[in-house]
Design a protein around this ligand. Structure first.
Ligand code: ATP
Ligand code: MG
Length: 139
């Protein structure tokens, strides 16, 4: 039997609906992800299909720990991401990649190609600032 790479256990991400500017109060909850259980084994490809707004992107973001999980567990290669520290999550992000559906919104138009490529190398400390300094004044 092949190894389980990713397991979601009763995963929930709920967003509060707030009202008011000064006295902000919660008037409801959007249950974007509400009790998802699944396993992805090595070599498997999982497709998630559903109507717009059913929570597909939120589920992907919850797996990546880009949105807070309300409850449940995300277990990647035996490590529980929901209980991992920020530092541990940062390390894991080297191996996790999200490819956004809108190609025009995937890159920051205010950043040069050089800065876009340099940023992950700096964030993950693969290179220092000197290593990614532009040469010849062109970037
Ligand atoms: N940060 C947020 N705060 C509040 N509500 C949110 C937030 N992100 C998503 N939602 C809500 O959660 C629900 C699920 O949204 P999500 O973007 O995950 O859907 P989707 O299945 O990816 O839709 P689409 O197919 O259009 O991409 C929607 O009702 C959305 O408005
Ligand atoms: Mg989406």
């Amino acid at each position: 039997m092949s190894e389980t790479i990713l397991e979601l256990q009763d995963l929930r991400t709920h967003f509060p609906i707030t009202k008011g500017v000064l006295l902000r109060r919660t008037v409801g909850t959007v249950k974007a992800v509400d009790g998802v259980n699944l396993k992805v084994k090595q070599g498997e490809v999982l497709g998630l299909v559903g109507e717009s707004g059913c929570g597909k992107s939120t589920l992907a973001r919850a797996i990546m720990q880009l949105v807070p999980t309300t409850s449940g567990n995300v277990i990647l290669e035996g490590r529980n991401l929901t209980t991992s520290s920020t530092g541990q999550i940062l390390d894991l992000r080297r191996d996790l990649q999200m490819v956004f559906q809108d190609p025009y919104a995937s890159l920051n138009p205010r950043m040069t190609v050089f800065a876009t490529l340099a940023e992950p190398l700096l964030v993950h400390k693969i290179c220092g600032p000197k290593d990614v300094a532009p040469t010849g004044g062109r970037n």
